[in-house]
Design a protein around this ligand. Sequence first.
Ligand SMILES: NC(=O)c1ccc[n+]([C@@H]2O[C@H](COP(=O)([O-])OP(=O)(O)OC[C@H]3O[C@@H](n4cnc5c(N)ncnc54)[C@H](O)[C@@H]3O)[C@@H](O)[C@H]2O)c1
Length: 248
Amino acid sequence: MVTIDLSDKTALVTGGAGGIGKACAETLSRAGAAVAVADIDIGGAQKTAASLANGKAFGCDMGNPASIRELCSSLSSWFGTPDILVHCAGLISYRKGLQAVDLEQWDTVLDVNLRGAFLLCRELLEPMKKKGWGKIVHFSSLAARVGGIEAGVHYATSKAGLIGLVRTMAKEAAPHGINVNAVAPGIIATKPVLAQIEDHKSDYEQSIPMRRVGLPQDVADTVLFLCSPLSDYITGITVDINGGMYMG
Ligand SMILES: NC(=O)c1ccc[n+]([C@@H]2O[C@H](COP(=O)([O-])OP(=O)(O)OC[C@H]3O[C@@H](n4cnc5c(N)ncnc54)[C@H](O)[C@@H]3O)[C@@H](O)[C@H]2O)c1
C-alpha cells in the first residue's frame, strides 16, 4: 500500500478560506501536516483552521507587502519555516475585452496574484533552503494556457506570469531539495466560479471531455501529490487539471 505521510511536516496554505484552498488545507491535514491557513478573510480562515486536526488561522492581504512580511514572522512563532507552501490565494476577475479593465483593476489583480506570490516566496525561500527539503505549489489557471475564457486580461496575465515565476524559482530551489510547481485548474466549482457560470454551466458540462466541471478535491488531490515525496523528481512544471479542456 502506498501512503502519503506528512505527519512531520508543516504547511502554509494561503487562500485557505476559499473553495480550493480549504480543500487543500483539509487534504494536507488528513495526510498529517500541521497547517497554517492564511487569508484576507480571517473569519473564513478561522473556520477552516478549526476543522483541522492541527491548524491555525492567520490574516493576510497578499496585495500588501507589509502584511506578507507580518504573516511570515507570525508563522515563525507558531511552527517556524513551513516545509510546504501552497499558495492558493487569488483574485478571480471576470471582464470582457481590454477596454473593460482599468488601471486600478489591473494593478489590484497583478499585485495580489503575481507580486504577492513573488514577495511571499522571497520571504520564505531562503529559510526553506536552510531546511534542505521543501515543496512549493502555486496556482496558475487554464486562462494562462488558452487566454481568458471569461476571466479578464489582467487575471490571465497574472496567472501566466506565475508560470515564469515557477520555472525560474524551480531552478534556484532545486539544488536545495525544494520542488516548485504550479497547478492550472480549469473550471472548478467554487463560489465565484459558480456565480459567474450559473446560467451556462451546462454548456461547459457538454463541452468538457469528462462532461463535468471540476471539484475543489480534484485540485487538492493533485496538490497533495506535488507536496509529497511521490513527486520528488518533478519541478518547474504546471499541471493542468481541467477534465480534458486543454492538454498542453
Ligand atoms: N475555481 C476555478 O475554476 C479556478 C480556476 C483556475 C484557477 N483558480 C485559482 O485557484 C485559486 C483558488 O480559487 P477559488 O476558486 O477557490 O476561489 P475562492 O474565491 O473561493 O478562493 C480564493 C481565496 O483567496 C482569498 N483572497 C483573495 N484576495 C486575497 C488577498 N488579497 N489576500 C489574501 N487572500 C486573498 C479569498 O478570500 C479566498 O478565500 C485562485 O488563485 C484562483 O485564481 C481557480
